[in-house]
Every structure is written in C-alpha cells, then in structure tokens.
Design a protein around this ligand. Sequence first.
Ligand code: ITT
Length: 201
Amino acid sequence: MEIVIATKNKGKVKEINHFFKNIDINFKSLNDYPQIPEIIENGNTFEENAIIKAKTTSEILNKPVIADDSGLQVDYLNGRPGIYSSRYSGIGATDKSNRLKLLGELESVKEPLKRTARFVCSMVLWESKKGLVFKTYGICEGTIGFKEKGEGGFGYDSIFIPSGFKKTMAQLTDDEKNSISHRGKALLNLHDFFITGYIKK
Ligand code: ITT
C-alpha cells in the first residue's frame, strides 16, 4: 500500500519512515511528486493547515495522504512562532535563521523556567473519495536552551530541551526523539489506527 506524506521536509519524512520501518507501507513524499504545486498554508490552526496540505495533495494524486502541521509555541512569546514556525524569520527563512531569531528574542530571559515551550503536531489522513479518514495530535513540553547544541533532527531541535532531559532534541537518537516527540506521539496514534484495520483493507 502506498501513502503519500504531504511534505517536502526531509526531517519529517525521515522520522515517519523510521517510525513505520516494521510496517508494510510504501511511503512517498512531495519530493517524489514534483508536479504538486506549492501549497499555500493559510489556515488559522495547525489542524486547518494539515488538512489543506493533505486534501490538496490527495485530490491531485488520488491516493491516501498524511500531512503533519507542526510548530513551536514559546510561552514568553505568547505562543509564537506557532503556526508560523517554518517562516519565523521572514522571507528566505532557514531553520538556522529561525533559531537565531528565537534565541535573540529570549536573550534577556535568564531563568530556564521562564523559557518554557512546547512542540505541537497535528496529523491527518485524507482520502480524496472519503475526505478526512483520521486525525490526531501530539504535544512535547520542554524549555528553550541558551545556545544551539546537537546535530540531529531539524528545525528548532538544537535549541529545545524536552522536559526530563538535560540535552536538546538534536542530541537524541531517532528512536529517542520518536519516543517523546509531538510527532512521535501523533504517529503512535496513527499506527494504532493502521493496525486496527486500515492497512488490511
Ligand atoms: P511541510 O509544510 O512541507 O510539511 P514545513 O517544514 O514547512 O514542511 P510545517 O509547516 O509543519 O512544516 O512547519 C513546521 C516547522 O516547525 C518546521 O519548519 C520547524 O521549524 C518546526 N518544527 C516542527 N516539528 C519540528 C521538530 O520535530 N523539530 C524541530 N522543529 C520542528
């Protein structure tokens, strides 16, 4: 069975493939389907954006599609960058420029407990004929560190210290990250949906 992941983000693709390595699903991503035009994520919530990505892709390819819309909410910044996490530092934003902008905004906040944040992931499975087949979410609480540490993961991982850890998300192995992350929690729920009938049809 083929399922398309409606993302070009190679970090997400790697994590999802790693999570489902023992399940017989052939995952593709938008990197395999360059004919899909750029999808405008103009929803007001993570879930609305996940649905926009999954629905658009599924209707073009006529295949089941999963999409994940995710981001970082920093309490000191009243929940920013939130749904704007990937483009936080403006036009031409990169993961690095986004991290540096965030670290700069928290420069005066010296107390780790005032640097609380969470990763949020909304995940949906969409089929062009059935519409929304499954939706779930996952949250991972933590704090923003004082400098970048670690080489793994992507996005804000190297400045995010998950609760209960003394290292950043970028210093965890793929299995460790998947076992505690927002996306890993959503994927566990999706996994349960798959094995309770969906992938046998
Ligand atoms: P797609 O829309 O193509 O899936 P994207 O990277 O733009 O790729 P999002 O719109 O969901 O994905 O934005 C998510 C951003 O939030 C992402 O670019 C990272 O900056 C951040 N993010 C999400 N999950 C993360 C994770 O597990 N680790 C670190 N940063 C993460």
